[in-house]
Design a protein around this ligand. Structure first.
Ligand code: TEU
Ligand code: CA
Length: 547
């Protein structure tokens, strides 16, 4: 397999609004990030990914852009950005930004011009129809077609009605996006994460969907449009291929069978993408807010399928959570009795699968989900709209609150807990979103003072991964895939040979006899002391074979 810097990169995702506030307005900002660069360098990550920092009226926080080449007022200025980029590069790290090519804000000058009349050059920047051509439903409730009074037509928005979808059929729109990319690359940014990029090409036959099968509609109708790969290839040729950068697609709607179309080394489209199958693993018949129990065997099979799909022909990311999903320790671990063990176990998983890992801010200290007492306390547009929908339909909202506490996106968006002082050291003012009340116990200062902390476990594994490229490029094979208790796999090549075994239960477990650990020695465990025959609750062990 071809080896490159971006495949070896570990990415740390910052959700700037919640990372660190430097001026007391309760909103994280670029100066806040600058102040924490030494902390991030100490952790040992390679690349920072910032969720959108561009000018935006924040209907869906930054995923809703007004000016793509300027900084959101609350976050700072272009001068702050230049200082941040210089600070990142001075520490030998890289910085990638979050491009939102599928939609803009309705307050973007393009859309303002577009809606002004039916016959202006910007009309064709968006999708306008005299009558709604399909029954599509939006991610954030209601139809994807919004009637616009002034010009008397409907426009398409897959997300909120303030997020109109751009019309990639129009070559001028594509050039506008390429110009934005060039602008940031010329400044020296090292890549882009691309928001919902599988959605940019629309099915112009607008087939109806089954609204009760939303996940199916995503894969078959919203994503993977007929000109998608033509557009991605064009973007690569006109922009990405001209710089030493990488692009990382949000792979919503992409499945193992078509993954290589995006990231195959011969395709010249994207460098990597992250998949969704395991983060939607507990969606029930009613979707995201109708959660059902998940099975470890299914979880493992998803990673097996994806690894096999790309193997040595392409590259993917490994993610277990981000700003759109619950905290991984609460979702895939036990965030109470075994929080430390679970967070370390998931760290070992994240950092030893084949792919570029994305660590979401706060995971390195084991931050957990939050349970707000009322729906009113939630800020996320998805929840706000859903809450309204339920109230309008006079449904009892108690089950919704329960589901939001488990599944809501604000679980991952509460501010980073820096210390035990008021507002968790995040801000001197009133934070924009309530801080998780567990901050006196779970915070960065505590973690840095404790040599056994989750933070130092990440740091150790990050160093170890760098020193052992087998953990990056080596083959991947799962033992006992049907086990509902253990996730056990081997990573090996000519340079090294490792077995990783992870106990996903709260009980002791035997290591299956088919795992040939007799020939291997333990090199790391998330339990500080002792060596036991059985795996202890939530234990994670890495073995190495002497070559
Ligand atoms: O998310 C795309 C996406 O479809 C999901 O992750 C989605 O947010 C989730 O399923 C809703 O429950 C991206 C961004 O990451 C997200 O924050 C934005 O809201 C969305 O695009 C629109 O830009
Ligand atoms: Ca601020």
């Amino acid at each position: 397999m071809q080896q490159t810097w971006w495949k070896e990169s570990v990415i740390y995702q910052i959700y700037p609004r919640s990372f660190k506030d430097s001026n007391g307005d309760g909103i994280g900002d670029l100066q806040g990030i600058i102040n924490k660069l030494d902390y991030l360098a100490t952790l040992g990550i390679d690349v920072l990914w910032l969720s959108p920092i561009f000018k935006s009226p924040n209907d869906d926080n930054g995923y809703y852009i007004c000016y793509y080449c300027d900084i959101m007022d609350e976050f700072g200025t272009l001068a702050d950005f230049d200082a941040l980029l210089a600070g990142v590069h001075a520490r030998g790290l890289k910085l990638i930004l979050d491009l939102v090519p599928n939609h803009s804000s309705d307050e973007h000058p393009w859309f303002q011009a577009s809606r002004a009349s039916k016959d202006n050059p910007y009309r064709d920047y968006y999708h306008w129809h005299a009558t709604p051509p399909s029954n599509w439903t939006s991610f954030f409730s209601g139809s994807t077609w919004e009637y616009d009074e002034p010009s008397g037509e409907y426009y398409l928005h897959l997300f909120s009605k303030k997020q109109p979808d751009l019309n990639w059929e129009n070559p001028t729109v594509r050039q506008e996006i390429y110009k934005i990319m060039h602008f940031w690359f010329k400044k020296g940014v090292d890549g882009f994460r691309m928001d919902v990029v599988p959605f940019i090409s629309k099915r112009l036959d607008f087939p109806d969907i089954d609204p009760n099968q939303f996940e199916k509609a995503i894969v078959e109708v919203y994503a993977n449009g007929p000109r998608l790969h033509e557009f991605l290839h064009e973007m690569n040729q006109e922009v990405s291929s001209q710089y030493d950068i990488f692009t990382m697609g949000e792979g919503i709607g992409v499945k193992p069978h078509n993954a290589l179309d995006f990231v195959g080394s011969d395709r010249k489209e994207l460098h990597m993408l992250y998949h969704f199958d395991h983060v939607t693993i507990n969606y029930g018949p009613g979707g995201k807010y109708d959660p059902v129990p998940w099975k470890l065997s299914t979880f493992k099979q998803i990673f097996i399928d994806w690894d096999q799909a790309v193997a040595d022909q392409g590259w993917i990311n490994i993610t277990l959570d981000n700003h759109d999903f619950p905290r991984m320790v609460s979702r895939f671990g036990n965030d109470q009795t075994y929080r430390q063990e679970s967070a370390k176990l998931l760290a070992m998983l994240l950092l030893t699968l084949r792919g570029s890992p994305c660590i979401y801010q706060g995971s390195e200290i084991g931050m957990t989900n939050v349970s707000f007492a009322t729906l009113e306390e939630y800020d996320d547009v998805e929840v706000v709209n859903l809450h309204k929908e339920w109230k309008d339909a006079q449904r009892d909202t108690a089950p919704l609150l329960k589901a939001v506490q488990q599944q809501g996106r604000d679980n991952a968006r509460t501010p980073v807990q820096w210390n035990s002082s008021p507002n968790a050291g995040f801000s001197n003012g009133q934070p924009w979103l309530t801080i998780n009340p567990n901050y006196p116990v779970i915070n960065v200062e505590e973690a840095l003072a404790d040599k056994q902390s989750i933070f130092y476990f990440y740091q150790m594994l990050l160093q170890y991964r760098k020193a052992n490229k087998t953990l990056i490029y080596g083959n991947f094979e799962v033992y006992a895939p049907a086990s509902e208790e253990l996730f056990t796999y081997r990573r090996w090549d000519e340079q090294g040979d490792f077995i990783i075994t992870l106990n996903f239960t709260d009980n002791q477990q035997d290591i299956p006899t088919e795992v040939p650990i007799a020939a291997y020695n333990v090199v790391h465990s998330n339990y500080p002391t002792g060596k036991t025959e059985q795996l202890r609750p939530r234990e994670a062990r890495m073995y190495m074979r002497g070559l």
